[in-house]
Design a binder for this molecule. Structure first.
Ligand SMILES: [Fe+2]
Length: 245
C-alpha cells in the first residue's frame, strides 16, 4: 500500500517532533503494510516563502535520511512532497513546482480552507492551479470537508482533473464509511493516507484499513504508483527523493 499523506519529517511542522519520533512512526506505518510513503509537511503560504520552506524541508530530510541509512532494517520507499494550504497569497508566486511532486506531471497535495461551503475563492484557486499552473491538485482528506463529501461538487472537481485523497481513519466512522466505500466503488478516491502526525493516528489508521476491501486497496495502490511513477525496484531499498535543489 501507499500512504500518500504523512507528517513524518522531523521537526518541521506539528507532526514528528524529532527524528526518533519519525523513525518510530515510520516503523508503525511499515507494520501496517505501507510500502511507499509520501512525506507531506504542512506549508502555509502566508507564513513563509517557498524557498525558506523548501530549505527547512531539505534539512529535515537530510536528518531523517542519515538515521535511516545507518540502520539495518528494510525501509518503505519515501517520497518528498508537502501539503499546501490553499490561500490566495500562494498565487503571488510564479513558480509552484518546488511544492509539487514533479514527475512529468505536477501533483500537489492541497489542503483547502476550512469553510462550511464550497466558496468561489476555493474553486477559483483550484482552477488556477489546474489551468494556469498545470498542476494536478490532490485534494487532501476530502472526508474532512462536508462540501467535498457532496457527490456533485466532488464529481465536478474530479472532472476538472483533481484527485481525491481520504484519511483511512475516517472509515471507522459508520456514516462516513458508507459514503466513502461508495465513492471508492465508483473510483472517485484516487489515493489514501494516514495523515500521521503522532502515534495516536496509527491505531485509527489500523481500524480504518480493516474496512477497506481488497479491490479498494488494489485500485488506490495502482493510482498512487501511477502518480509516483516508481513501481520498479525493490521496496526494501531505501529511496528518498529530495525533489528540490
Ligand atoms: Fe495533513
Amino acid at each position: 500500500m501507499v500512504d500518500f499523506h504523512t507528517h513524518l519529517l522531523p521537526g518541521i511542522d506539528d507532526g514528528a517532533k524529532n527524528v526518533e519520533d519519525s523513525v518510530s512512526l515510520l516503523n508503525s506505518l511499515s507494520e501496517l503494510g505501507m510500502k511507499e510513503i509520501v512525506l507531506s509537511p504542512h506549508y502555509y503560504p502566508a507564513q513563509e516563502r517557498i524557498s525558506d520552506f523548501t530549505m527547512r524541508r531539505k534539512q529535515s530530510c537530510e536528518i531523517f535520511a542519515k538515521v535511516l541509512s545507518e540502520r539495518n532494517k528494510p525501509t518503505p520507499r519515501l517520497h518528498v512532497a508537502c501539503e499546501v494550504y490553499l490561500e490566495p497569497i500562494l498565487f503571488n508566486n510564479e513558480d509552484l513546482s518546488p511544492l509539487t511532486v514533479d514527475l512529468g506531471e505536477k501533483f500537489m497535495l492541497t489542503e483547502l480552507l476550512y469553510e462550511e461551503d464550497f466558496t468561489n475563492t476555493t474553486e477559483s484557486m483550484l482552477r488556477q492551479l489546474v489551468y494556469s499552473y498545470n498542476v494536478v491538485p490532490i485534494l487532501a482528506h476530502i472526508d474532512r470537508y462536508p462540501f467535498l463529501m457532496k457527490e456533485k461538487i466532488l464529481y465536478n472537481l474530479l472532472e476538472m482533473g483533481c484527485v481525491a485523497q481520504i484519511n483511512v481513519s475516517s472509515l471507522s466512522n459508520f456514516f462516513k464509511r458508507k459514503k466513502l466505500l461508495k465513492y471508492l466503488e465508483k473510483g472517485y478516491i484516487g489515493v489514501i493516507g494516514s495523515d500521521t502526525h503522532n502515534k495516536n493516528y496509527i491505531n485509527e489508521t489500523r481500524i480504518g484499513l480493516s474496512h477497506l476491501r481488497p479491490k479498494d486497496i488494489e485500485y488506490v495502490t495502482d493510482v498512487s504508483k501511477g502518480i509516483l511513477n516508481k513501481v520498479k525496484g525493490d521496496s526494501d531499498d531505501f529511496v528518498m527523493e529530495i525533489l528540490v535543489d
